[in-house]
Design a binder for this molecule. Structure first.
Ligand code: 5GP
Ligand code: ZN
Length: 141
């Protein structure tokens, strides 16, 4: 019995070490706020979705339109993005442009990617802010 328990403990320790060292996004996914929104564990107000992209209302809007456009794939941010994420990042912007068109705010809007804590990035799942529906100043703070 002792031997069975010992084998089980060693096996689960090895599995845990493997998942930490593999460097994939599985661990990040389980804790990531936007992955939890994608899984429906946290409610959100859907604006758009397809197989690759999800867009939803920001919980703390900074303008009449403040939508977050995110890839379904967990990518921590622009800093961490790889060459094969180029298409999905481009698509996030094109979906933002479509939402802006649908909402008739094409007079002026912004797509913003905060990159790193000093820019204000607080959620480390890549997201494009679509902000519009009011006049905006430049430069941003
Ligand atoms: P960041 O600061 O990382 O560029 O943007 C994160 C955005 O996510 C913020 O604008 C914040 O208001 C929004 N946000 C944070 N938590 C939630 C949430 O639980 N639901 C929604 N819809 N937005 C959130
Ligand atoms: Zn995520």
């Amino acid at each position: 019995m002792f031997l069975v328990c010992l084998c089980y403990a060693v096996a689960s320790l090895l599995l845990q070490m493997l998942s930490f060292s593999s460097g994939d996004d599985t661990m990040a996914d389980s804790n990531c706020l936007f992955c939890r929104i994608l899984r429906g564990e946290i409610p959100s107000k859907k604006v758009y979705e397809d197989e690759q992209i999800y867009a939803f209302e920001d919980i703390n809007p900074k303008a009449p339109t403040h939508v977050l456009v995110i890839p379904r794939k967990h990518v921590a941010g622009l800093r961490e993005a790889q060459a094969d994420d180029a298409e999905i990042i481009g698509r996030c912007h094109l979906i933002a442009a479509k939402i802006a068109r649908d909402r008739n705010i094409e007079k002026g809007y912004r797509t913003v990617l905060n990159v790193g804590p000093e820019s204000g990035q607080s959620v480390f799942h890549l997201h494009v802010h679509l902000i519009g529906g009011r006049k905006m100043s430049w430069p941003p703070g």
